[in-house]
Design a protein around this ligand. Structure first.
Ligand code: IMP
Length: 202
């Protein structure tokens, strides 16, 4: 049995206004009023878990305990099969302090060559969501979209690793799609579908 979200106020355990807005839009039909951990002045916890779900739990629990409100976090990244799932939970870090995803994407291509990965270009985006209550209860979900690492990078839309990911059965990268199209098939959409089915009964 999953625990349902009740009430209106939801703390989004992120300091990223874009993420807070996106989560508010995805949950708009449920009368949720999102407030960000940043607006509440909550500190950002150290994300030292070794899985996406572990890191999502750390962030959601920290926000729920500090704010006394139900809190939602997301933790996401890009995983390449021939690199044993790297960059994975280190996806943001591979872009370095200047957040240069051109470098991060080239690092993947270089490592695939070094590893002699040949035709194995299988990759996925992963999104973990965690809803946490002030009493310590959590509900976690993991969404995923499979496809191929595509080199050279293609497309100008989106962000992060979007230009090097072609979802299965398609011939364009995420960065060549409009956000609405990406959002019907993305890892984030998959995770939100699971969260809504389990915790936001209509
Ligand atoms: P975080 O969960 O906000 O820390 O994001 C981790 C990193 O994963 C981001 O910096 C992006 O590089 C990457 N990432 C997560 N989701 C996406 C996506 O939908 N497109 C491209 N990159 C993504």
């Amino acid at each position: 049995m999953h625990r349902s979200f009740t009430g209106k106020k939801l703390v989004v355990a992120s300091h990223n206004q874009g993420k807070v807005r996106e989560i508010g839009e995805l949950l708009a039909d449920f009368g949720v009023e999102p407030i960000s951990a940043g607006e509440l002045g909550l500190p950002e916890p150290v994300e030292d878990g070794d899985t996406f779900i572990a890191n999502a739990k750390i962030k959601a629990l920290a926000a729920a305990e500090r704010s006394g409100e139900i809190s939602l976090s997301d933790d996401s990244g890009f995983a390449v099969e021939a690199l044993n799932g790297d960059p994975g939970i280190y996806s943001a870090r591979w872009a370095g302090p200047s957040k240069d995803f051109g470098i991060a994407m080239k690092t993947i291509q270089d490592k695939l060559e070094e590893a002699g990965a040949g035709d194995n270009r299988r990759a996925s985006f992963i999104c973990a969501l965690c809803l946490a209550w002030p009493d310590g209860h959590t509900e976690s979900f993991e969404g995923r979209v499979w496809g191929d690492f595509t080199w050279p990078a293609q497309g100008e839309k989106g962000f992060g690793y979007d230009p090097v990911f072609t979802p299965e059965g398609m011939d364009r990268t995420f960065a060549q799609m409009d956000p609405a199209e990406k959002h019907t098939i993305s890892h984030r959409a998959d995770a939100f579908r699971q969260l809504i089915d389990a915790c936001f009964p209509k």
